[in-house]
Design a protein around this ligand. Structure first.
Ligand code: ADP
Ligand code: MG
Length: 242
């Protein structure tokens, strides 16, 4: 590790240049993303907004390397994602990013504790013993305000509690970044608000980079910056209602 004068400058965790995405369906090609330039730094908190079909989920899937079939450049810590080898990609997906979805995606037959500790099964670097994994999962559940609910099944939780479980799970491998697709979309305002409070804490106290897709301006306004998409392009036009 070298220490250079630049090391005090905010580091770009992610750098996208001329990033594009085409989906092929039958004989048809849909261009979902056109020439996007984007920098996301350590500890950023970015909201992505835009109408349905504007490319929000596409961007999130690219940022999380769930999709590596893109045009242009997408660099994570200076590594081009599409040039990463299979094991690098697996490591990236398991160790560097965590995902939080609108519909939580919890496994109903597993307890809260088991849902949170689940990513351990896919983690690459060794297998820490059961005790340690349980300890970490318990610590995270405490962190997200669910202490005492370890043995419950998702079915017996409220929507907000389910999303807290999903957030604890996303944090399990201590990712540097969490990617959230409409994380408050299925929640009432007060519950959504408490989830946003949790994101703020994670961002400020743990330095987790957060990228959050939302339709909701109130939600987006809590982020540090907002990226607006329209038809797969950065929408930098002044906001005017037509
Ligand atoms: P958003 O999340 O903003 O609603 P998406 O990123 O899901 O938008 O989609 C952007 C565009 O790409 C839309 O036109 C959508 O129909 C298209 N699209 C998304 N996923 C696929 C896919 N797997 N195959 C074909 N087209 C897709
Ligand atoms: Mg979407």
């Amino acid at each position: 590790m070298s220490t250079t004068p630049e090391s005090s400058a905010p580091k770009a965790l992610i750098q996208a240049r001329d990033l594009s995405k085409e989906y092929r369906e039958g004989g048809r090609t849909v261009t979902a993303l056109h020439s996007l330039d984007l920098d996301i730094g350590e500890k950023d908190y970015l909201a992505i907004m835009g109408p349905s079909g504007s490319g929000k989920t596409t961007v999130l899937n690219l940022l999380g390397a769930l999709d590596t079939d893109y045009g242009g450049s997408l660099r994570f810590n200076d590594s081009e994602v599409k040039s990463m080898k299979r094991n690098e990609l697996a490591g990236f997906r398991n160790q560097t990013v965590g995902f939080v979805y609108q519909s939580f995606h919890l496994l109903p037959h597993l307890s809260v504790l088991q849902n949170v500790a689940l990513p351990a099964h896919f983690a690459r670097n060794g297998s820490p013993d059961r005790k340690e994994l349980t300890k970490r999962a318990n610590h995270l559940l405490l962190r997200v305000g669910l202490d005492g609910m370890q043995q419950r099944k998702p079915l017996h939780l409220s929507g907000g509690e389910r999303q807290r479980v999903a957030i604890a799970r996303a944090l399990f491998n201590q990712p540097r970044m969490i990617l959230c697709d409409e994380p408050t979309g299925a929640l009432d305002d007060a519950t959504g608000d408490s989830i946003l409070g949790l994101f703020e804490e994670l961002n400020e106290q743990l330095g987790v980079t957060i990228v959050l897709v939302t339709h909701d301006q109130v939600v987006a306004d809590r982020a540090h910056s907002i990226l607006r998409l329209r038809d797969g392009r950065l929408d930098s036009a002044p906001e005017e209602e037509s």
